[in-house]
Design a protein around this ligand. Sequence first.
Ligand SMILES: [Zn+2]
Ligand SMILES: [Zn+2]
Length: 156
Amino acid sequence: MSEQQCPCGQQASYEKCCQPLHQGVHHAADAQQLMRSRYCAFVKQEVDYIIKTTALKQQTLLDRDALMQWSQQTEWLYLDIIDFQPQLDKTHASVEFKVFYQSGANQASHHEQSYFVKHKNKWYFIDPTVEQVLTLKQPCLCGGAKKFKHCCALYL
Ligand SMILES: [Zn+2]
Ligand SMILES: [Zn+2]
C-alpha cells in the first residue's frame, strides 16, 4: 500500500478520503462510501465513527469497549467491495464485501452483505447483530416515520 492510498482502498490519501468523514466534516455520499469509511474507521480505531454511523436506535445498544478491542486486536489488511446496490428501495442500499485480515501466519477473510438506510440525507449501517428491542409495529430503528416491519426489518 502506498502512502498516498487510504486504508479503505481508494486512490487518495487518508487526509483527503476518509478522515474528513471521521471528523464529521463531510458525510458519506452513498452506502458504498459509508462502508469504506467504516472499514477505515476500524483500521484507524475511530470507534465513535462506527457508533455514529450505525442506525440511530441501535447506537446505544453497541458495546464501545468491544468495538475498540476488535479494532485494536485485528491486523486489518484490505477491503474488497464485491457488489453495491445503491437503491433497493427509496431509503435502503446494500454492499457486498470481503475484509481481509492477518490471522497468525495466514491471511483470513470475512465475506458479508451489509444493509444501509438513509435517514434525513445521511446513510447508516443496519447492524444485524444488535439485539432488537422493537416489535414490528413500532417506529423503525432508523429513526424514520415508517413502522419497523415496513422499513428496516425487511433487510435484517
Ligand atoms: Zn478512505
Ligand atoms: Zn428503518
